[in-house]
Design a protein around this ligand. Structure first.
Ligand SMILES: C[S@@+](CC[C@H](N)C(=O)[O-])C[C@H]1O[C@@H](n2cnc3c(N)ncnc32)[C@H](O)[C@@H]1O
Length: 272
């Protein structure tokens, strides 16, 4: 898939997914967010960036440790995600956060602006993840750190059949390199390539709990990266795709719920 097309699929797909994202994924992603934020070790007064911030799940957690004089900037390629996060900040009256629409591979910030740069479950969607890391490197101050979380190996993610199931119905690769950075030592090498030093990478197993068929279907089809392709399906195609997906996760059924295995990779690295 051409990089420009991938960016458009992401941008307009996540516009559609924004409404479903938190109810479908907040709890499931929490262990990755927890560990990434621990590794980032944010301090009062710091200026923090999160790229691919979505609805702001990470940004809103990063805001209290840097308050009151520090602030968190969240950027995302999807306008609807940025609007949703901005609205939430207003509703919750959180004043030290801001959100802007921006491609993570082309950050519109000066060099050496931030103390820490985060990215929760975002790097898998970038056409050029190394470039996205290089951009974080550029906007970090010397001594600043990057902390990222991504999905791990494909074979350890029990929900991964969603990609071929959607792909074969739209005849395009909806997320070509999704598991690339989470495989083997790739993330570590990408961070090194981007210039980071003193890198620590960890991978850990997780279990994703989905309460019902409806929850797991919403999470997979409407609340994530295949939302744009899925939106084009007619009703019959949707039903066939749902049935095939439920079949692919049937081994993980637990009563009316599902406990799906997954793997996260988290890393921290420093700009010297
Ligand atoms: C799974 S969500 C992660 C949201 C948030 N970081 C979290 O951990 O909850 C992935 C986000 O990546 C964004 N995204 C995809 N490609 C992007 C790009 N090239 N630049 C910036 N954001 C991008 C999507 O719009 C989406 O909001």
């Amino acid at each position: 898939m051409k990089p420009e097309l991938q960016r458009r699929v992401q941008r307009y797909g996540w516009d559609k997914a924004a409404l479903y994202y938190e109810s479908a994924w907040k709890q499931q992603l929490k262990p990755a967010h927890d560990r990434m934020l621990e590794l980032a070790n944010l301090q009062r007064g710091e200026k923090v960036l999160e790229t691919a911030c979505g609805t702001g799940l990470v940004v809103f957690r990063a805001a209290p440790p840097v308050a009151p004089d520090g602030e968190v900037m969240g950027t995302d390629i999807s306008d609807t995600m940025v609007q949703t996060a901005t609205e939430t900040a207003k509703q919750l009256d959180i004043r030290n956060v801001r959100f802007k629409q921006m491609d993570a591979e082309q950050l519109k910030f000066e060099d050496a602006t931030f103390d820490a740069a985060l990215s929760g479950l975002g790097l898998m969607y970038m056409p050029d993840p190394v470039r996205a890391l290089q951009e974080k490197y550029r906007v970090l101050k010397p001594g600043g750190r990057v902390a990222v979380a991504i999905w791990g190996e494909r074979k350890k993610c029990g929900w991964s059949e969603i990609f071929p199931i959607v792909d074969k119905r739209v005849a395009s690769d909806v997320c070509p390199m999704f598991f690339q950075q989470g495989t083997g030592n790739t993330l570590n090498m990408s961070l090194e390539q981007a210039g980071f030093a003193n890198i620590t990478t960890e991978r850990f197993d997780t279990t994703l709990r989905f309460d019902s068929d409806e929850h797991i279907i919403t999470a997979a089809f409407s609340g994530g990266p295949v939302a744009l392709a899925y939106d084009k399906f007619d009703e019959q195609t949707k039903e066939e795709a749902h049935a095939e997906y439920l079949e692919s996760v049937a081994a993980y059924r637990n009563g009316s719920a599902y406990d799906i295995p997954g793997e996260f990779v988290v890393a921290v690295g420093y700009k010297q």
